[in-house]
Design a protein around this ligand. Structure first.
Ligand code: HEM
Length: 929
């Protein structure tokens, strides 16, 4: 190939000769002589020069393809073999591309340190790079020049720097929680875990959430699925050998259809990113208008925000345009996800094959994390040198970027060899990590190599590019800027996997050994996925699992929870951190994934009722909300249940105040509403407050809510508990437990509850004469409480506890999605001749339930009297949902209690009561000025 190029150069010179003949002053003969002398002297000079040039050794090559025939889909292994014959620096022609391969630490040092400035470019002449870097506008393949330098600075100081990583710690924690919960659910269900797939999902989500607040993998599908697929396809295509990149005469010919597929990826990625950028910009405009710089959780910027800041900064050294931003996001998604996931998967494979190492790692975690009442966190890493050593040892044997690729920007002489400009350089990190001159028994997996005799990490051997015998992240200016994200994520994920589960191979050979075969790819993944079974080993988790499995049938109805809550308090220590979240999932797995109970909405959508309800709910939105007051007056019939010197409990019944259309849609069992009314005695009503407590999902009795309100009697606060229209004695005959039969029932339940609660508040105000009023509820009850508070024409204390801003979150994002009869819903549509995929069915559900989005309701009269109490580790209700509503209601407050959805309402009754007292205190007494 080289020879051919050379000859072509010569032909070009001959072609230029006749132009000289145009000069009128010379005869053709003179011209011929001169040009012959000229060409001859050029040839002689080049030959002389070539004789002085010493290229690195090279195996024999073939015409046109050069050495391509020597390469398999795993080129790092082929380069390694060639280096054993031809030496540490070899010279190859890959089609028309001139390449040099360095296979030892010493050779790598020569290129990456001594001649760093000559080898700081990357090759760009590939179809994938051109297409995915938005026409060379990205960072990874940018030439070593002003643009790259600017972006590197931004990367290190802002995008992937310490401050950003610290600010986005919660994203990593949240995603790890989800990951562990998913594993726990699978473990409980006895399902095998595809470790690589789970890890890939985790890293995909972490990176895309940190980059642009978007998930790339979730069961929710939709855009998340699009993003995941884009990253997957990009990694796959970029890792494949494209003939037209290497054979000049094939340039522009898309034999393998790569160009077409890359274009498709670009279109998909573009559409998604355009929308995300637009969304970010909308939010930024809104914040600017509100002048918000509060430093709240919400105000934490993601990487895309920072890039947009730079693009809007008139004084920035370099102006970023939208293509630069998109290309950078693509760089981060592709560079950050598979690399980290593959590292952890290889580590798990090595640990399965080295049980002694796994045991030692567990002992270290136990010793550091202590009495096992919490799961290992990133802040524990400095005390886990053995875990760190496991990851380093994994990176030594299985560096995901087996070949570090650079390009020579100018002709250089390295180790006495002539390297022509634009030569591609491959540093074989894989080969370097297995070099017996540097590593004793290099193929053994021995993390102890990285530990000194005191058990501390060796300081003179690290992966940060200073020690050339181990360079999985490269070295020098162009080394990986994601290392400070990748390493802690790998350390802590691996540690928590070992801490929480015991792992066993599902399909191991006879010897139970995981094979270590590699597969072709941009990173070097395992050829065969490892399927492992996990047992939950985490002691507290085990206790709870046992607890849950023993008492699951009794756990609901919640009226029984008093009995259990006492037992739980004994079992649960308060500061369990993410364990609560895991527990929610374990609990959810029992409740919704086993066949122990029927799922929600097993009878479908509810036919025409649904449309009617959609219409009726819209009547609650701000435009028409004002027309709904005063509500229908109710006249409860009371009977006294008990009476003491200081308090009385009465039960009342009244006809549900719903209008005829709604009443006809309700099951007959629901037509009469029931309440329990706990009231202090000896205090005039105008000097008392009363709070209406609404039911959460599955709350069939008055008991739990009365217990919450009981101690408030001392504070002169009465409690009115409303039985839910679909639970307790009002439950429709065909409904089993809490599982509503149709989607319309959920809307019906909500609409009727709101009407009844509003009429109750009106009654408390006008008939009973209370001085202050409030409304509260837990979970679904909290959503209804928020709606009622929002619609009330005068200020009322409003207390949504552990509740989302919309039912969409609960049924489409949280654990309840596993308890929904998606298949039945799809079949129901099919009977109406509407064919939908399950994903489309979920989308329809999101649309329908978006009516319950409380942010669409009016802002309450006094938002200061709104206090949300939310749980730090709620597996049913994500934090973002609570914060969304708080944001929509400026002035409202969020209080956090430690725990999950299940545990915190048992453990934190005191906090809920305090919130009730505080929010009532923020209201004036009726009649006071
Ligand atoms: C175990 C995980 C990872 C490994 C083994 C790895 C490895 C590498 C290697 C070998 C390079 C080339 C270095 C060189 O030329 O000297 C590189 C470059 C790069 N990596 Fe990573 N990486 C990992 C994780 C990440 C993460 C998490 C991110 C970002 C979130 C990231 C972003 C990048 C970028 C942007 C470059 C290009 C740097 C430049 O051209 O200046 N990597 N990585």
């Amino acid at each position: 190939m080289f020879l051919y190029g050379y000859l072509r150069g010569e032909l070009d010179s001959w072609e230029s000769t006749p132009n000289m003949a145009d000069l009128q002053d010379y005869t053709a003969q003179v011209l011929l002589i001169i040009s012959t002398i000229l060409v001859g002297s050029i040839i002689i000079r080049r030959r002389r020069k070539q004789n002085q040039i010493k290229l690195p050794p090279s195996p024999p090559s073939l015409p046109i393809i050069g050495h391509l025939h020597l390469l398999s889909p795993l080129p790092h292994q082929d380069f390694h073999k060639l280096s054993t014959t031809y030496g540490p620096i070899i010279h190859l022609y890959l089609g028309s591309a001139t390449c040099v391969v360095a296979s030892t630490a010493e050779a790598a040092r020569e290129f990456l340190k001594i001649h760093e400035t000559s080898f700081s470019d990357r090759p760009t002449q590939t179809v994938a790079v051109e297409s995915l870097s938005y026409g060379f506008k990205g960072f990874v393949f940018a030439p070593y020049g002003p643009y790259w330098k600017f972006m590197k600075k931004v990367c290190m100081s802002e995008l992937l720097g310490g401050k950003m990583l610290h600010q986005l710690l919660h994203v990593r924690q949240q995603e790890r929680k989800r990951f562990l919960s998913g594993l726990a659910e699978k473990g409980l269900a006895g399902e095998a875990v595809d470790v690589g797939a789970e890890l890939m999902m985790l890293t995909n989500n972490v990176i895309s959430m940190m980059t642009m607040r978007q998930k790339s993998c979730s069961e929710g599908g939709g855009e998340a699925e699009t993003l995941r697929k884009v990253v997957e396809d990009t990694v796959e295509l970029s890792g494949k050998f494209n003939v037209s990149d290497f054979l000049w005469f094939m340039k522009g010919v898309d034999v393998q259809g790569f160009k077409k597929r890359l274009k498709e990826i670009r279109v998909r990625f573009d559409a998604l990113l355009d929308r995300v950028i637009e969304e970010h910009q909308r939010e930024r405009r809104k914040k600017k208008e509100q002048g918000s710089t509060t430093g709240d959780d919400d105000d934490v910027k993601d990487i895309l925000d920072v890039l947009l800041d730079i693009s809007e900064d008139e004084t920035a050294e370099i102006k970023l345009d939208t293509d630069n931003i998109k290309a950078f996001v693509m760089d981060i998604l592709v560079g950050g996800t598979d690399t980290t996931a593959v590292t952890m998967e290889w580590a798990m494979a090595e640990l399965i094959n080295n049980p002694g190492v796994m045991e030692k790692a567990r002992e270290e975690i136990d010793a550091v994390v202590g009495n096992k009442n919490r799961i290992v966190e990133e802040c524990d890493i400095p005390n886990l040198p053995y875990i760190q050593a496991i990851v380093k040892e994994t990176l030594r044997l299985h560096p995901p970027g087996a070949l570090i690729v650079r390009e020579c920007s100018r002709t250089a002489t390295v180790d006495g060899y002539h390297i022509p400009a634009r030569t591609r350089l491959f540093i074989n990190a894989w080969s370097i990590g297995r070099d017996p001159n540097h590593w004793e028994n290099p193929l053994d997996f021995r993390p102890e190599r990285f530990i000194d005799q005191n058990g501390s990490a060796l300081t003179h051997l690290d992966v940060r590019g200073q020690h050339f015998e181990l360079i999985p992240f490269g070295s020098g200016r162009r080394m990986c800027p994601g290392i400070s994200l990748a390493l802690p994520l790998a350390y802590v994920t691996l540690a928590s996997m070992l801490q929480c589960f015991e792992w066993k191979l599902v399909n191991g050979g006879d010897d139970g050994i995981v094979d270590m075969e590699e597969k072709a790819g941009l990173v070097v993944p395992r050829a065969h996925p490892i399927s492992l079974n996990n047992n939950i080993t985490y002691p507290i988790l085990q206790n709870h699992t046992l607890f849950l499995s023993n008492h699951i049938l009794l756990f609901f109805p919640l009226s029984m929870s008093f009995f259990f809550s006492k037992r739980r308090i004994v079992m649960v220590t308060v500061n369990l951190g993410m364990l609560h979240y895991v527990l929610d999932h374990v609990y959810g797995a029992f409740m919704h994934r086993t066949k122990m109970s029927t799922p929600f909405f097993s009878r479908g959508w509810g036919g025409t009722k649904l449309e009617m309800l959609e219409r009726m709910i819209k009547q609650l939105f701000p435009e028409v909300a004002g027309q709904n007051w005063p509500p229908t007056v109710i006249q409860p019939l009371w009977k006294t249940v008990w009476e003491t010197r200081t308090a009385s409990l009465r039960e009342g019944v009244f006809r549900t105040p719903c209008e005829d259309q709604l009443l006809n849609a309700l099951p007959p069992e629901s037509h009469n509403a029931r309440v329990a009314f706990l009231m202090p005695k000896n205090v005039p009503p105008h000097a008392m407050s009363c709070v209406v407590h609404l039911a959460g999902t599955g709350d069939h009795t008055f008991e739990r809510r009365l217990r919450l309100g009981g101690p408030l009697v001392k504070e002169n606060i009465a409690t009115m508990v409303l039985e839910s229209p679909f639970y307790g004695q009002r439950r429709p005959m065909l409904q089993r437990g809490a599982k509503l039969l149709c989607v319309s029932d959920l809307l019906l339940l909500g609409r009727a509850t709101i009407e009844e609660a509003r009429s109750l508040l009106h009654w408390l105000d006008s008939e009973a004469g209370f001085g202050k009023m409030g409304v509260c509820g837990l979970s679904m009850g909290g959503v209804h409480a928020a709606m009622v508070g929002s619609l009330h024409p005068t200020p009322v204390a409003t207390l949504p506890f552990l509740s989302p801003h919309s039912a969409v979150v609960a049924f489409c994002e949280g654990i309840l999605k596993h308890g929904t009869a998606w298949e039945a819903l799809r079949e129901d549509l099919a009977t109406e001749k509407v064919a939908m995929t399950l994903e489309e069915v979920r989308e329809r559900m999101r649309n329908v339930l978006s009516l319950t989005d409380v942010t669409r309701f009016p802002i309450p009269q006094n938002p200061n009297a709104v206090i949300f109490v939310a749980a730090t580790d709620d597996g049913y209700i994500p934090k973002h949902s609570v914060l969304e509503l708080q944001k929509a209601w400026p002035g409202s407050e969020v209080r956090w209690v430690t725990g999950g959805h299940v545990s915190s309402f048992l453990l934190h009754n005191g906090e809920f009561r305090r919130a009730i007292v505080d929010s009532l205190n923020r209201l004036p007494w009726k009649g006071s000025s």
